[in-house]
Write a protein that binds this ligand. Sequence first.
Ligand code: GLN
Length: 478
Amino acid sequence: MKETYTLKLIQEIESGSLPLDEYLARKAEAIAKLEPILNSFITVVKGFEKSRIERLGLLKGLTVAIKDNICMEGIETTCGSLILRGYKPSYDATVVERIKKNSGVITGKTNMDEFAMGSTTEWSAFGPTRNPWDPCRVPGGSSGGSAAAVASGESDLALGSDTGGSIRCPASFCGVVGLKPTYGLVSRYGLIAYANSLEQIGPIARDVYGCALLLTAIAGYDPRDSTSIDRSYTDYRYALIEGLEGFRLGVVRELLGEGVDQRVSSCIEESIYRFESLGATVEEVSIPSISFALPAYYIIAMAEASSNLARYDGVRYGMSLSARDYDWSRYYEDVRSRGFGLEVKRRIILGAYVLSAGYYDRYYIKALKVRTLIKKGFMEVFKRFDALIGPSMPILPFRIGEKIEDPLELYMCDIDTVPVNLAGLPAISIPCGLVDDLPVGLQIIGSYFCEDTILRIAYNLEAALDLRLKPVFSEVCV
Ligand code: GLN
């Protein structure tokens, strides 16, 4: 097996050449040094570097950063929003429970676009996260803190959530690997909902091995999530097999269409040649319904968001104002006006609109129909291909502030990632090159529960490219 960063790190920890306490101390130092520049974390867990582990389990004491929309007992969980400031959950999300059980050391809660609505991490109430490749640029979003923490070595592994690209987008922009699992593979219990029917929690790591490792730790049936699917345990590390002979890959025409930066397409084309030289056959394929994915996604996501966010009223949790000068309806109004940011408000209003009588059929029902067409389109194509490829993001990481004034321009960035969420499929983003010192991510999409296939394909490409990426701001251990 090719020795990449995570594997090497584990070997050094296991052999004792990098004692765990020294490793954790170095992680704490990296955070102290890099946080003033990057702002990857909203909360760092106090004293994580002093964790003692009795018996090294699957995760071997590696550090894991958790996106701040995933609940952790006793640790402030804000979703990047003022409205949840001060909220300390009374329980661990299932994924957090599993990371602890598998001897992962949780470093903290990472920065994100408020309630995971965004693609840049600029919509956080706690200030933007900066891209470790160029701090003037966005790290992608909404799991930008998680990806920046991993790329910079503040943490070796991280969890993100992906509703419409929020793992793959920042993984692509920060030059790391991020995987969005099949809907139902990873428990959403303890994930603060944005759009339930679309989102999944997934791993972010420096390499494919790290992703396979963390996915193995968190995947599996959970009776506390009614959408969780009961399947047998899989150790995804065993999917990392050399060779791609006989693999059939489809390049999805619609993912490389209008709006894709020429420099991004060239990188993707180079990967296609690599795949061919590794023994795979690559062919162009078209899924026409994908052209309607973006509007369908935004209608469904906003509809679900408006309903999910109705519960934030300043009474049950989070922000509370002094009740004295209020009658009850004004109180809700004031809490929600002050507590939610601009983008969240925009989505609540639009979501309520598409669900309202008279517009429900015209927008929401129509979007659901498009969703079914997209699913069918993918299913049809998977009869002929083992996996599909395209870019993760159509463009390179842009400057902070460059697109924030224009919501539609920001929504357009999600054009290559949202079809996967509408269909519930698994997909991975893996670095495939650098352009002007900025990373480009390749997206590999698999059929339902074929995480093993996309991990194997990504693993082979990673080995063939051997990029050894190191951002300007990074502190790595091995
Ligand atoms: N950028 C997309 C949105 O704003 C996706 C976000 C996500 O995956 N959480 O909805």
